[in-house]
Design a protein around this ligand. Structure first.
Ligand SMILES: [Cu+2]
Length: 153
């Protein structure tokens, strides 16, 4: 009983420390963020953690945003010792599980940026899930890190 209560408190703590999250039924979209982009940069990556407490798996199948012309889902793969990005049709979110989109792995890619992404700003993206449907979120722009790897296309 005590243990259960402790677990509950811990859950609350974790929840409050992640103020930047969005809920769609049993799907939690935690801290969507992007790196700031240099002036004139045509692309940007968006990263997010997808937490699914439902008993059924879901899939991220796409999305759209006013700040770019096109949004694609990407994965990264080693190809002859070179990291390359490749478009995927969907990103699986396992039942009662978590899918993490992070630099160096799965990510959302924006093409045709209409303006540079500036640190500290937020921009709206509508994510499209197979089951949860359309979910509007706000993406936080964080500091410009190391240069993003070149695209393999
Ligand atoms: Cu990419």
């Amino acid at each position: 009983m005590t243990r259960l209560f402790a677990a509950f408190c811990l859950t609350l703590l974790v929840a409050t420390s992640h103020a930047h999250e969005f809920e769609a039924g049993k799907l939690l979209i935690v801290h969507p963020w992007a790196r700031a982009t240099a002036p004139g940069a045509p692309v940007a990556g968006v990263f997010v953690t997808l937490d699914n407490s439902a008993g059924d798996a879901d899939r991220l199948v796409g999305g759209e945003t006013a700040v770019a012309e096109r949004l694609e889902l990407h994965t990264m793969k080693m190809d002859n010792g070179v990291m390359k990005m490749r478009k995927v049709d969907a990103i699986d979110v396992p039942a009662k599980g978590t899918q993490k989109l992070a630099p160096g792995g799965l990510h959302i890619m924006l093409f045709g940026l209409k303006a540079p992404l500036k640190e500290g700003e937020q921009f709206p993206v509508t994510l499209q899930f197979e089951k949860a449907g359309k979910v509007p979120v706000k993406v936080k722009v964080e500091a410009l890190g190391a240069a993003a790897p070149a695209h393999g296309n």
